[in-house]
Design a protein around this ligand. Structure first.
Ligand code: ADP
Length: 640
């Protein structure tokens, strides 16, 4: 077996798998925790922005409440009513200034019940009519406490130009339609509280008091929001920044417009806008909410922004931590897997070496593992197996040696047997030939006349001499075959001639049983040993006659088949059982020992036939229907 590539080695696979196993939970944990943390942080950021928005609104609401309470207090003060009735301007002025101061307002204005201005806190112009919707509402008995837009006229009358004026110095990409031709915004976004003044005797409305705080360029509210939330906030008049705690070049970033998409969503549609925004020099998570006046018109918006940086930094930090945890887990998995790897692969390598050594035939090699685990047990089992194989091997070796000795002895005996057969056969043949000669001399009357019974006896003796002679010839042939001394004498012969000769020589035997021999052999010439093939055919045809019942036929056929000649000898005798079909070609084998006696044979004939046919490079076999017929087949090459 070749060397296993490194990547396919068990150790490498083990390392890879253990790292994968170690990393899977880390990766899952990393992904899940990073997702959860990001989500939680986003939720927190959203919460924070909502809280900021709420705080900003609350703070503006708080300022409105403050204006409202002071307004309420003043309109109910007997001092105001008294001085209004007496038209004591000087005192009223003092009341207005005091109210302005205590409410931290930008102006306070007093109206009579027709909407005429009685007095202003910021100047001495009065007597003009101010019949804005708000004043009309209040003179009809309503309270107005809201964020409203002060128009340019009101701003001027109240001497507030300096307070409200905003220079639109950078128009940027987007300018709201109504601001296109403007480079200065005079209008003011203001918190106002306007309340009716009732006559304490008649209960009729005597006039109205308006207290207002302008939000343009105001720092108080946005800074207060910052102090509470730590985040940025801006107040917009329409889409224009008029008050902010965002600093740009050390100045408050006012006088610019909001982006178009925010404007569309908040001012036009009246929805809250959430999203990321680049404010001055950094990214913020922002929210913009519409500011509505008392008639529910959208007049501006309030913005709050939480810097994104801390959240992103925290997310990055967590991602870094997860990455480091993953890296440490990876290294730990690597170290652990290397340790496991060596503890597992080392014994495996030792066992592999043991198996290899055993494969090479070295049964003395022993595996030494002291890991105190299954590997040690495996090594013991392996060593035990090696011991047993070794002792079996030794036993086998001894056995093989014994067998070899026995084999050699048998071989010697066999050789001896062959020699004995050869010698005895030779020694028997000479006197037998002589006996046969003398018997025939007596039989044919050369030695004098013999009577019939003497003749009969001598004929039987002669037949038995023939049988004995055939047996001796067969035994001689066999011993030659066994010793490899069978010599072949190949010549071109006519097969039909051979068959005719054999049939002729066996005719008396066939006639004796009234058996007809049918010769269907085609005239075929082949290169064969004539005598030996004659012997083979004699044996087969003689057997066919011998085993056939009287009055039967024996058919001999021969025809060409490819480059071979196919000869068949068929009889209608008792047939051969299926189990014996191959065995009958063994030496001394006869199907039934009692039949042997009856039909008188030695069991040598077919064995000799087989050797001769195979020596020609041919094949012999028999087909039989037991109890009915036998057909012996011979295939011989035409040209040996
Ligand atoms: P044998 O000298 O006994 O005939 P063979 O080797 O020629 O010896 O035959 C072996 C055995 O095969 C025979 O004893 C016989 O049982 C069987 N045998 C041979 N030829 C036939 C046949 N034509 N029909 C039936 N059995 C046969």
């Amino acid at each position: 077996m070749g060397e296993i590539p490194k990547i396919r080695k068990f150790g490498t696979k083990l390392t890879i798998y253990s790292i994968i196993v170690a990393l899977i939970p880390v990766v899952i944990l990393g992904v899940v925790s990073s997702h959860t943390i990001t989500q939680t942080m986003n939720e927190q950021a959203q919460d924070k922005i909502n809280t900021d928005l709420y705080a900003a609104e609350e703070f503006m609401g708080h300022n409105l409440d403050k204006l409202s309470s002071i307004c309420e207090y003043t309109v109910n003060s007997p001092d105001l009513l008294e001085n209004m009735k007496n038209k004591n301007i000087k005192n009223l002025k003092n009341i207005l200034l005091l109210t302005k101061k205590s409410s931290d307002a930008d102006f306070v204005t007093l109206f009579d019940n027709t909407g005429n201005v009685v007095l202003r806190s910021n100047n001495n112009n009065y007597g003009d009519k101010e019949l804005s919707d708000h004043i009309k509402k209040v003179l009809n008995g309503s309270n107005v406490t809201a964020t409203i837009i002060l128009d340019e006229n009101t701003v001027k009358k109240e001497n507030l130009e300096n307070k409200t004026i905003i220079y639109i110095f950078d128009k940027g990409d987007f300018v709201p339609l109504d601001m296109e031709n403007k480079s200065i915004e005079y209008r003011g976004l203001a918190l106002v509280s306007i309340k009716p003044i009732y006559d304490n005797n008649t209960g009729e409305i005597m006039g109205a008091l308006m207290i207002s705080k302008v939000l343009n360029k105001d720092t108080y509210i946005v800074d207060k929001i910052k102090a509470t939330t730590k985040d940025t906030s801006t107040i917009f008049l329409g889409g224009l920044r008029i008050s902010t705690n965002v600093q740009e070049n050390h100045e408050r970033a006012i006088g610019t417009f909001v982006s178009q998409n925010v404007y569309e969503q908040v001012i036009k549609k009246g929805e809250i806008y959430y999203g990321r925004a680049f404010v001055v020099d950094d990214w913020y998570l922002t929210a913009y909410k519409p500011i509505k006046d008392d008639n529910n018109n959208i007049i501006g918006m309030i913005y709050v922004g939480v810097p994104e940086k801390p959240f992103i930094a925290l997310q990055d930090k967590i991602k870094h931590i997860i990455l480091w945890v993953g890296l440490v887990a990876f290294l730990m998995a690597l170290v652990v897997s290397v340790i496991i790897n060596s503890t597992i692969t080392r014994p495996i390598k030792k066992l592999k070496k043991g198996v290899e050594m055993m494969g090479k035939g070295d049964y003395n090699f022993r595996v030494n593992i002291n890991s105190n685990d299954e590997f040690e047990e495996l090594a013991h089992a392996f060593n035990k197996m090696a011991d047993e194989i070794k002792s079996s091997q030794e036993k086998l070796k001894k056995q093989a040696e014994k067998l070899e000795i026995s084999y050699n002895e048998l071989k010697k005996l066999d050789k001896f047997k062959s020699e004995i057969i050869s010698i005895v056969s030779h020694e028997l043949r000479t006197p037998l030939t002589s006996i046969k000669g003398y018997v025939e001399l007596v039989l044919d009357g050369t030695m004098g006349t013999i009577n019939e019974s003497q003749k009969r006896c001598l004929e039987i003796a002669n037949e038995n001499i023939d049988r004995l002679k055939r047996l001796i010839d067969n035994m001689l042939d066999l011993s030659k075959i066994e010793r490899g001394e069978l010599k072949m004498d190949i010549s071109k012969v006519n097969l039909n001639d051979i068959v005719q000769n054999v049939v002729h020589s066996l005719k008396p035997l066939a006639d004796g049983k009234n058996i007809k021999i049918i010769n269907k052999v085609e005239p075929i010439t082949a290169n064969l040993d004539k005598d030996k093939i004659t012997g083979v055919l004699t044996n087969l045809i003689e057997n066919a006659i011998k085993f056939s019942p009287v009055n039967e036929n024996v058919t001999i056929e021969a025809f060409k088949e490819n480059n071979m000649v196919h000869i068949t000898v068929k009889d209608n005798g008792p047939g051969i059982p299926k189990s014996e079909l191959t065995k009958i070609f063994d030496i001394f084998y006869q199907v039934n020992s009692s039949a042997k006696r009856i039909k008188s044979g030695s069991g040598l004939g077919l064995a000799i036939c087989k050797s001769i046919v195979e020596s020609h490079g041919g094949k012999i076999w028999v087909e039989s229907k037991f109890g009915k017929e036998s057909t012996f087949h011979i295939l011989l090459p035409l040209d040996k």
